[in-house]
Ligand binder design. Sequence first.
Ligand SMILES: Cc1cc2nc3c(=O)[nH]c(=O)nc-3n(C[C@H](O)[C@H](O)[C@H](O)COP(=O)(O)OP(=O)(O)OC[C@H]3O[C@@H](n4cnc5c(N)ncnc54)[C@H](O)[C@@H]3O)c2cc1C
Length: 458
Amino acid sequence: MLSKETLQRLQDILGRQHLLTEPEDLTCYSFDGSGGDIAPQAVAFPETSGQIAQILKLANKHNFPVVPRGAGSGMTGGAVPTCGGLVLATSRMNRILEIDPENMIAVVEPGVITGELQAKLAHQGLMYPPDPASLKFCTLGGNAAECAGGPSAVKYGVTRDYIIGCQAVLPTGAVITTGVRTEKGVTGYDLTHLLIGSEGTLAVFTKLILRLLPLPEARKTFLLLFDSIKQAVDLVARVLAAGIMPCTLEYMDQTALGVIRDRLPTPLPEKTRALLLIEIDGSVDEVRRQGKRLRTFLENRQVMLREAKTKEEREELWLARRAISPATFALKPHKISEDVVVPRSKIPDLVRLTTGLARELELTILTFGHAGDGNIHVNIMLDKNNTNEYSRARQAKKRLFEAVIQLGGTLSGEHGIGTTKAPFLELEITPETMSLMRKIKHLFDPNNILNPGKIFPH
Ligand SMILES: Cc1cc2nc3c(=O)[nH]c(=O)nc-3n(C[C@H](O)[C@H](O)[C@H](O)COP(=O)(O)OP(=O)(O)OC[C@H]3O[C@@H](n4cnc5c(N)ncnc54)[C@H](O)[C@@H]3O)c2cc1C
């Protein structure tokens, strides 16, 4: 609980206008992209790592929870103040501190919006590859905490592959720096990569050092339309095995296509049951060569191939792809949204399973996402007020997780565990590993004040 004295002390640290305590303001910080309805007692908007250090010291002294928050677009409840306390919002820490083209790095504060950095880099012929579909509003701090990925992960990898160092404040208030500003570096334990993906439970990122790449010279975007889902998912692993290296290999089933149908630049044939969105980038020559290889590969495979003719057409396709997740709410008011990963060759088994679950449990389940790296978004649509449907949806989620582990997969490819997957963690993590993880948490955060209630099952 935050006492009157503690709130006063927080005001002294932050300045009065940078602390919210009115109920109507607090409501805006009671949920994230997964839902939630737990308001904090206050929301702090620090501007420096020094202020964050003071706040965390205060939290240790008076034992109140502190929940870091970027844009609140997380899909697993990570930024929801489950145990109340103080939300620590990074929106004022939104400066791009440095872009160094010679050494191909950028240094940013955690509240920078991912897409805004990418747009700025593109003007200088540079690229920061991780491209979550939420890039227009999510923050780099949130990306680091969740180890976000996106369509380009199939070729370029995820957030972890592009953060080479950071400044962070530990729950005890100590400010640490980790990692390097160089291409290589193996001095000491790799704490940067321990913090990435730790979901705001081990430290608050206050600066990130990012590795950059040159912006590819050319790009081609293809749509592959299929009359059957099986045909589409069977093809995914084979495209890559054929030596084609796309920078995107996205999949959408018929229901996913249905929710964005009217946003697509050109109407789809009625009989389309599934779609693959494939993009190739690189030098002009490389893109031409890979495009030719793709066309040859698709010959005699009963696939309708379309190519985006203009930059505008390509952008419209991407707008439609990125709109799928929010557009699903046209089907039902709530959903259970999972981002499981299976080995690419097992995607057909996964899709068969979800189709079977939908039929057996009489649910609407749609699948779409980053097929190129086996990361399929499974959205189980429901109305929470319909208790019977909710219970069937939860059953589907449990059976999905069990099957994914059986298939050699993992519970989350990019959204993290948060609160929504915590009860299932033990399906994947052995007791010994779990015990080590708990000890790491305790070492960083002996009083459990930083984002308590996340990741670990109760
Ligand atoms: C429409 C939509 C599409 C999406 N598509 C993708 C996708 O393609 N790929 C993907 O990976 N995700 C996707 N997401 C999920 C989400 O956008 C990502 O998880 C993103 O990284 C969260 O960033 P955020 O700034 O919103 O973080 P928040 O939701 O505010 O926080 C997420 C977690 O990070 C912690 N955190 C935030 N800032 C810090 C910090 N400075 N230091 C320490 N911890 C911190 C929080 O405590 C929380 O645990 C999507 C979400 C939506 C709504």
